[in-house]
Design a protein around this ligand. Structure first.
Ligand SMILES: C[S@@+](CC[C@H](N)C(=O)[O-])C[C@H]1O[C@@H](n2cnc3c(N)ncnc32)[C@H](O)[C@@H]1O
Length: 299
């Protein structure tokens, strides 16, 4: 099996084994948000669900007949079928069009000629340089959209996964945890990975923006890993301005510095954020944005 698909399958298993008890508020909101997109979708046109996973967040019973799931995890379709009794058409490809090249580049950074291995510190520096030229291209997604012309596309909590996946591929490939532990010190490799993730997620957003479809995007906008649970004020375009109660200590941005609203380039019809307590020490800020198709905006 493709090593990236294997990593995703392992992650999904671990995710589903977690204690779900406190997920209900998130699940109610995300199912309502995505469900609305499915209810409002033109039943005569294809619908595409990116990051369809096992369908935990997706009310498949509302999906029009011509709805396709997209997820690289080889078990996602079967899990969805078991959960929803629906054997949907599926695409098992890397949505970002760049994770294989990322893994190959990590492997390259460790090789010197056919046999010699580069020392870990030198490999890190090499990889940092090589990453700068690596441009993910979501060609599979672009082609699928051109061929099928979906009227609605849902991105169901997938874009915010790119960062964690990229970091895992880099750590696995280098054979260690290569990240700088002291947050006060620079970490050029982590920054290069963030920049790659920004290009990967940004390129997907650009394809979606040009698709002409109605869009419903749900993604992790921030992850708080220490401190008290933040509260939220009224929606503001910058998520940082909406978060109140700064008693949390550590925050990660799964979409590093990526302005989703700007990349889509349309005014959202609906925009909301909520808190998802995934675990005691892992609180997610989830962002949900709905956009009409570009032609709606031209009217
Ligand atoms: C947080 S889960 C989403 C859960 C899903 N929405 C559900 O209802 O079960 C993220 C999903 O995105 C998939 N994924 C992550 N990166 C991907 C990529 N580059 N291409 C395709 N699928 C990807 C994972 O396999 C996983 O199933």
């Amino acid at each position: 099996m493709d090593p990236i698909a294997t990593t995703l399958a392992r992650e999904q298993r671990a995710f589903l084994r977690r204690r779900h008890a406190e997920w209900e508020p998130h699940l109610v909101k995300v199912r309502a948000f995505l469900g609305q997109g499915l209810t409002q979708a033109d039943p005569e046109r294809p619908v595409l669900i990116l990051g369809a996973g096992s369908g935990l967040e997706i009310p498949w019973h509302l999906a029009p007949k011509d709805t396709t799931g997209w997820d690289l995890d080889p078990w996602s379709r079967l899990r969805t079928a078991l959960r929803h009794r629906r054997w949907a058409p599926w695409v098992f490809e890397d949505l970002a069009g760049g994770f294989d090249a990322l893994a190959e580049t990590v492997a390259r950074s460790r090789r010197f000629g056919p046999w010699a291995r580069v020392k870990p510190e030198a490999a890190k520096a090499r990889l940092t340089g090589l990453l700068k030229d690596l441009q993910p291209d979501p060609e599979a997604l672009r082609s699928w959209i051109q061929q099928h012309q979906p009227g609605t596309i849902l991105a169901a909590n997938v874009l915010g996964q790119f960062h964690a996946l990229a970091r895992r591929i880099v750590a696995q490939g280098l054979g260690s945890e290569p990240w700088e532990a002291d947050p006060e010190r620079p970490d050029p490799l982590a920054e290069a990975v963030e920049a790659w993730v920004q290009r990967a997620a940004g390129a997907v957003l650009e394809v979606l923006a040009q698709s002409g479809a109605h869009l419903r995007l749900v993604h992790d906008r921030a992850v708080f890993t220490a401190g008290t649970v933040p509260t939220l004020g009224a929606f503001t375009p910058r998520w940082q301005d909406q978060v109140q109660g700064t008693a949390w200590l550590e925050v990660e941005d799964p979409l590093p510095e990526l302005d989703v609203l700007e990349r889509i380039g349309m005014t959202p019809m609906e925009a909301q954020r909520w808190i998802w307590r995934l675990a005691e020490d892992q609180v997610h800020l989830v962002e949900a944005l709905a956009f009409g198709s570009a032609s709606d905006h031209d009217r």
